[in-house]
Design a protein around this ligand. Sequence first.
Ligand code: SF4
Length: 186
Amino acid sequence: MDSNSNSKSNFNVAHIKLCTQTEGPFKRCCIWFQGCDLKCPGCCNEFLQALVPNHIMSLESLLEVIAKAKEDFDIEGITLSGGEPILQKGLPLLLEHVQTMGLGIILFSGRSMASISPEIVSRVDLLIDGPFIQEKLDTERVLLGSTNKGLHFITERYKAQEGYFHNHIAIEEITLGTDYLFINGD
Ligand code: SF4
């Protein structure tokens, strides 16, 4: 199985951070999916490009994890990154459930907004789109990587937080597990 052949109820997950403050405004649960077919040179998550199974999680278990993050950390929303989240066939269903939980949704995609299905775009509050282009390194905005990447406020939910991406001081979070070290942020 590769991450393109997953069913609508299974997700190929690389990593989950229950609560982070470096993947968008407010406290967020961040999910990194495994697999990306764009292969941008200079990709900061190169190890997430391979289209191979990583942690295969059902929709129900993913929702349980998000609910736990809400209960334990009072997260404001989720951030979906990768890898390429839109390769997950069940993404619209996941987004629909997360919306009913009252959580905000930020989606990072290497695709352009125009090429992403409306059933995904319409369920997201903030879409950050476009591939990473090494020659267009963004030294002003945080988290976005390159200047070609767009910030699309699909709803008003994060409009007032636009400054986060322009004025925020870039920070990294380090998670030390028993057999791994995970660094996220900018
Ligand atoms: S779209 Fe993102 S994850 Fe995919 S190769 Fe480009 S930078 Fe890496």
